[in-house]
Design a protein around this ligand. Structure first.
Ligand code: COA
Length: 388
């Protein structure tokens, strides 16, 4: 029998009210709202409320919600001390995954089946993951940890904890928009991982930890780190065409290009491209120009060599943008995660409690066994001395 539906492409496995992608027209909506509208008018905090609650908040609801997020920012001190025992070159995604699941050890009632407790766990994870990432950056660079500042927004507070310096209003807003853009993206690999774990009845921390593991791979969230490595290797915009041509000729992928769902420009990439352009003007850094040259060369070569139209995805321009915000490149993927945790937790709650969706069951796809078959009795077990 032939294996069908490799990678579960186009297989409908659940109903969701959280987000939708129109891959043909390059549209992404969160709870009915176009992300381009949200990036113009909303903030990350308001977008998180929307994702978790299926409606935009009133002013009072937003103020209360922001306060809940602020109150949940601190991570346990023992965990911060424990960070000092880690090797300083530990992968920040591994660190984050381990610390997210370790957080669950601090809460006796993880409330796997209680909606309000899950909502509070979601707030806790959305607020504490930036503290985990920033604290790890400070510890590994032998700098003092910067405590969360309740006067700052989610975006501003993260940059302050990371760099030890309050960002200016423009930088804070640029980062806020990046967080909005990465917050959810339907049934991508990491979200599916979170929902799959939640479908077993496991708690929110386990589900989010699994999602972080899935996000870390270079074909998913890890691509934005790979993009920055690529830009370092290419060095100047003039080198881009030859570099890209050689890779595509050798059957290698160009990171940050192509998408499993979008058949046109990823709307997130459009916004990030303009933000990267803006920062390049402000800083004089070459990274935007090199990225644009990679985009143009990839489009040209893919058309020429394979007759395929290809477009940038969310990771292409976020890499240079984060670098110009003075963020170390290996934190690109953890930063993706501190935003996507809003989507993951919303999906976990939907998976566990949604009434509208047909009651979801434990995910259990079927595999086609193509291994050894020695007949109805099975293969004969040989003692180790007789094996050749
Ligand atoms: N660079 C070079 N070639 C690419 C490519 C890329 N970034 N993306 C796709 N292709 C090629 C494939 O190799 C394939 O060629 P083939 O038919 O000769 O084998 C063809 O385009 C069709 O690609 P396919 O693998 O069907 O696309 P997909 O929709 O399954 O894959 C990705 C989507 C994201 C896995 C793929 O585009 C990719 O690996 N991109 C780079 C990694 C990345 O940026 N990931 C982040 C995603 S948000």
């Amino acid at each position: 029998m032939e294996t069908k539906n490799i990678g579960l492409r186009d297989i409908e496995v659940a109903d969701t009210k959280i987000s939708d992608i129109d891959g043909e027209h390059g549209k992404l909506i969160y709870r009915g709202y176009d992300i381009l509208d949200l990036t113009k008018n909303s903030t990350f905090e308001e977008t998180v409320y929307l994702l978790l609650n299926d409606k935009l908040p009133t002013k009072t609801e937003l103020d209360e919600f922001k306060q809940r997020l602020i109150d949940a920012r601190d991570m346990p001190r023992q965990m911060q001390s424990n960070m000092r025992n880690w090797k300083k070159n530990a992968d920040p995604m591994v660190m984050m995954q381990a610390f997210v699941v370790a957080l669950s050890g601090y809460y006796d009632d993880k409330g796997a089946n209680d909606q309000e407790i899950n909502y509070q766990s979601a707030i806790s994870l959305i607020s504490k993951t930036p503290t985990i990432v920033a604290s790890w950056e400070r510890v590994r660079s032998s700098k003092d940890i910067v405590d969360p500042d309740p006067r700052l927004s989610h975006a501003g507070n993260f940059l302050n904890m990371l760099v030890g310096e309050k960002p200016d209003a423009e930088t804070e807003r640029i980062f806020d928009i990046c967080l909005i853009l990465h917050a959810d993206h339907t049934f991508n690999a990491s979200t599916f991982a979170a929902r799959e774990v939640a479908s077993t009845g496991a708690h929110m921390y386990s589900a989010v930890s699994a999602a972080i593991g899935a996000l870390s791979g270079p074909l998913h969230g890890g691509a934005n780190y790979e993009v920055m490595k690529m830009l370092f290797e290419i060095k100047t915009a003039d080198n881009a065409a030859d570099w890209v041509k050689e890779r595509i000729t050798n059957g290698q992928k160009i990171m940050g290009m192509g998408h499993a769902v979008y058949r046109t420009y990823d709307p997130r990439a459009q916004v990030l491209k303009e933000l990267s352009r803006k920062l390049a003007k402000k800083t004089g850094a070459p990274w935007f120009e090199i990225t644009q040259a990679v985009e143009e060369a990839t489009i040209h070569e893919m058309k020429k060599q394979k007759g395929i139209d290809i477009y940038p995805n969310v990771d292409l321009y976020s890499a240079s943008l984060y670098y110009m915000l003075k963020i170390p490149p290996d934190l690109n993927t953890p930063i993706f995660a501190i935003s996507r945790v809003a989507g993951w937790t919303s999906h976990v709650i939907e998976e566990k409690f949604a009434q509208a969706a047909p009651k979801t069951a434990l995910y259990r796809p079927k595999a086609v066994y193509v291994g050894k078959y020695c007949g109805p009795q099975g293969c004969e077990y040989q003692s180790i001395d007789l094996r050749k």
